[in-house]
Ligand binder design. Sequence first.
Ligand SMILES: [Zn+2]
Length: 391
Amino acid sequence: MNEFLKSARAQEHLLGLLQIPGLSGDEVAVANGIERCLHAAGCKKTWIRRMPVRPPLPKHFQMGNLVIQLPGTFAAPRRMFLAHMDTVPLCREAQPVIKQGRVVARGKTTALGADNRAGVAALVTVAETILRNKLPHPPLTFLFTVGEEVGLYGAKSVRSADVGRPAYAFNFDSGRPEEIITGAIGAERWRAELHGISSHAGMHPERGASSILMASRALTEVADRGWFGKVQKGKMSGTSNAGVIHGGEATNQVTHHVVVRGESRSHNPRFIRQITAAYRTAFERAARRTRNAAGEHGRVAFTAENDYLPFSLPERAPVVQFTQRIATELGLKTKCVAINGGLDANPLNANGIPTVTLGVGAHCPHAYDEYVDLAEFQRGCRLTLALATAR
Ligand SMILES: [Zn+2]
């Protein structure tokens, strides 16, 4: 069936989609481009839906996810194919050019946006190929998500019923098609708001309790106890970071207000909470220790929220077995891997939709040297078509 997939068409879609601007929350032009292609290929209007902007999507988003559902031509459980439409700000005004079997950004003053227009282009190519050639297929859902790069918002808003309750899902947002991503890390974000006591730093420093000093003491303790950066405690591992610090108004004032924000990550959800707890304890201790001459100390308001849960699909999971079988039939040597970044697959797995992530040749995301390997992209498209049409 793969002769139906015209490699020139796939490349055309890739270059076309890479030229459409579409930062997170601003994906309408990308959605229009997708709809135009599929319409021309025979996709009925009634099969296409734009989901409303409702929580957890931020209010300023222009649209929710784009969902395209094709009724099956043979009976089988529904399969879902997804890719996120948004790109990171570094891709603003990117112009794709082809160089030695790769698509790169012209001038290397922007990132390319292969993350994730390569995934979008693969899905558009496959949906178009199925429609134009009337290939037999089970019920299919093509899901194009919004706001992945700023917090997996589109995927977090998906309810299984909105997308036809798929049995399996395949997320396209990576490099090598042979690598099946069956696990990804989870993350929590935390925020420490430190309240010190203000005073003139020259005349009455002893009356103050500095919130900058509190933050320094807390972070030093976190690092000294082995909870900063790469964290390894026995068999448990994870990472943490304090990434944002705000505070202070003048050099002659003992600082009374500082906000520190950071994150904790691990493949083990309990360990994520333990890392965050180490920060909470250190900030609370530092607040109590940082006193003025009258013995008054500062205080901290510490909050943490789950960003996304980790997942790990076993190799015997039906979606993994199915992917391996189809890939092997195409002659691909597959390997299951787990990664240390969040994916649209995290919330989908957490919401009961078994989801693997595959590559379509996109490499070096969020960097000036980002590129698409065209041979891998074509292989990824062939694998996607086979996954969408196999009996
Ligand atoms: Zn991505």
